[in-house]
Design a protein around this ligand. Structure first.
Ligand code: DX5
Ligand code: ZN
Length: 231
C-alpha cells in the first residue's frame, strides 16, 4: 500500500522535530506546524546511552497520536537497543521507525527491518556524521528510508555538518523511487537549497522551524521546500 513516504514527492517533505518545540504544548505546536505546510512529525527518542540526552518515550507518541489521529509519525530511535522499542512505538501509533546502523550488528539490520514491517510500520536506517556513507551500501536496498545525520545526535540547535551533502550524492542514485532520503540536523532556509540539490527529499527541521513563532512557520516551510525565500 502506498504511504506518504513511498511516493516520490514533487517538493521535499518537511518533518518538524517536536523536541525543538514546547513540550508543554506539544500537540498544539505539532498541529500548528502541520497547518503551516509541514508533511509529517519527527519524534526524537534518546536514551541517555546511545546519545548524551533523554527525550521522549512511547507514551508521548501515544498522546500525540491520540491528539492528531491523521498525522504521519516518524520515530527516530537514538537508543542503544532499538529492537526493544520497536513494538512499544508501533503500539503507540508510529507510522515509521528509524534506527541507527551504529547501534546494531550488521547481521541484525535485515531482521530488524523485517520486524518493523511485520507490525505495519515503515523502516528507516540512519548513519551518524562519523560513519562513512559506504557503510550503508550493503543495506541501501532494504529500508523504506535512509537518514543521513547532519549533526551528531543528541540535541536540537546544532550547526549543519556539510559532509552530509557528499554522502547524499553517493546514496541517492542507489535508491529506488519508493525509497526516501532524509536529512536531520541543522537544516534551515539558509542551507535548504544545497540540501535539496544533493538529493534529500525529507528534511527534518527542529530549531529553524519549531523554535520560531507560529506566524513565521508557513514562510519557513515554503522556503525549505524551495517555493519562496525567507528574508
Ligand atoms: C538531533 C535530532 C534532530 C534534532 C533536529 O539529535 O535527531 O532531529 O531535533 O533539530 P535541529 O533542526 O535544530 O538540528
Ligand atoms: Zn532526529
Amino acid at each position: 500500500m502506498a504511504s506518504l513516504l513511498t511516493v516520490p514527492p514533487a517538493r521535499p517533505l518537511i518533518a518538524p522535530s517536536v523536541i525543538a518545540g514546547d513540550f508543554a504544548h506539544a500537540a498544539h505546536d505539532a498541529s500548528d506546524a502541520l497547518a503551516a505546510g509541514a508533511d509529517l512529525l519527527h519524534l526524537d527518542v534518546m536514551d541517555g546511552h546511545f546519545v548524551p540526552n533523554l527525550t521522549l518515550g512511547p507514551d508521548y507518541c501515544r498522546c500525540l497520536r491520540r491528539a492528531l489521529p491523521a498525522a504521519y509519525l516518524d520515530v527516530h530511535l537514538m537508543v542503544a537497543d532499538p529492537a526493544r522499542f520497536i513494538s512499544p512505538f508501533a503500539s503507540a501509533g508510529a507510522n515509521h521507525i528509524s534506527f541507527h546502523l551504529e547501534a546494531v550488528k550488521p547481521g541484525q539490520i535485515e531482521p530488524l527491518i523485517a520486524s518493523i514491517r511485520t507490525l505495519g510500520v515503515a523502516a528507516g536506517l540512519v548513519i551518524n556524521p562519523p560513519t562513512p556513507a559506504e557503510a550503508l551500501l550493503p543495506f541501501v536496498h532494504l529500508p523504506d528510508l535512509i537518514l543521513i545525520m547532519s549533526v551528531n545526535p543528541g540535541f536540537s540547535g546544532q550547526a549543519f555538518i556539510p559532509t552530509a551533502l557528499d554522502k547524499a550524492r553517493l546514496i541517492k542514485p542507489r535508491l529506488r523511487p519508493d525509497q526516501r532520503l532524509q536529512v536531520d540536523g541543522g537544516v534551515s532556509p539558509a542551507n535548504a537549497g544545497a540540501v535539496r540539490e544533493a538529493g534529500f527529499d525529507v528534511l527534518v527541521a527542529g530549531s529553524a522551524l519549531m523554535s520560531r513563532p507560529s506566524a513565521e512557520r508557513p514562510a519557513i516551510i515554503s522556503s525549505l521546500k524551495g517555493m519562496a525565500q525567507v528574508r
